[in-house]
Design a protein around this ligand. Structure first.
Ligand code: PAF
Length: 285
């Protein structure tokens, strides 16, 4: 596995592979890799001859007061895991490479209809930071295909829409959430949880499952289902930001008769912000 951190070295290697007619798959990450990331790498491998993984803890997607400084940075361990997955290239850019004119001065990319709802309401600017850095990574690597976890449901939809809006010739592939045996979605932030919090954490998924089951079975008052789920989370020690049942197609309020829905939630457990979601089909009576 090649490890590069500057754009010219990255481009030289990619040009060489392209000359040989090889397809390139990109897996953007912020590092501190776990089994969920490795499932993205494996998916990438099934789509292309060459797999490029990027690790960059992107400052512009962290809101003031969030965990940018303490976000776990484990590049050596990550590199070993990626080597074991036969990754071809690991790109580890610096902030200066990604933001040559500074963080505040950088050109930004925004997907207006998804930017300020759900997680965007509680993390203002977060999705603009994501869309901006992913566009930069796409321009640096120019992959044929890019692979993202479905765990960040809103992020994945935003990236799909951004690619469509900007006419980028990149296939976006989503990979299902990888969970711990007790149902907790794998996340780099799970490492922040104390033993007690880790014990309670699967309640987030269990609550969403129970709420999705009532909504799927035809309960029409979705607002009541959301409120009950919020109450259940509070009773289990969470501080929920939101629980929302939305159209899986565009994250809008479900239309009457719309079948494909998703329930999404974000909640603090102590100082750790957890997110999860569950897609389901509602039966219409
Ligand atoms: O999902 C993530 O890890 C990040 O938001 C991403 C897509 C790598 C952009 O920094």
């Amino acid at each position: 596995m090649k490890i590069v951190s500057d754009a010219p070295a990255l481009r030289a290697q990619l040009a060489d592979w392209r000359r040989q007619g090889q397809r390139i798959a990109l897996v953007p990450t912020m590092g501190n890799l776990h089994e969920g990331h490795l499932s993205l790498v494996r998916m990438a491998r099934s789509h292309a001859e060459r797999v490029v993984v990027t690790i960059f803890v992107n400052p512009t997607q962290f809101v003031k007061g969030e965990d940018f400084d303490r976000y776990p940075r484990t590049p050596e361990r990550d590199a070993t895991m990626l080597r074991d997955e036969a990754t071809d290239l690991l790109f580890l850019p610096s902030v200066a490479t990604m933001y040559p004119r500074g963080l505040d001065e950088t050109t930004r990319v925004q997907v207006p209809s998804l930017d300020a709802i759900l997680c965007g309401e509680f993390r203002p600017g977060h999705f603009t930071g994501v869309a901006t850095v992913v566009t930069k990574l796409f321009n640096l690597v120019q992959p044929d295909v890019a692979v993202f976890g479905d765990k960040d449901f809103q992020q994945l939809l935003l990236i799909r829409w951004m690619v469509e809006d900007l006419c980028l010739p990149i296939e976006i592939v989503g990979v299902p959430t990888v969970r711990e045996p007790d149902g907790l979605a794998k996340s780099s932030r799970n490492g922040y949880l104390s033993d007690g919090e880790r014990h309670s954490a699967p309640m987030l998924y269990q609550t969403l499952k129970a709420a999705a089951e009532s909504a799927a079975s035809g309960v029409v008052d979705l607002a009541r289902v959301e409120l009950e789920a919020m109450t259940r989370l509070r009773e289990s020690g969470f501080e929920p930001q939101y629980v929302a049942i939305r159209s899986a197609a565009d994250l809008g309020t479900p239309a009457d008769g719309e079948v494909g829905l998703v329930i999404l939630a974000a909640a603090y457990l102590g100082k750790t912000r957890l997110i999860d979601h569950l897609s389901f089909e509602r039966s219409l009576r």
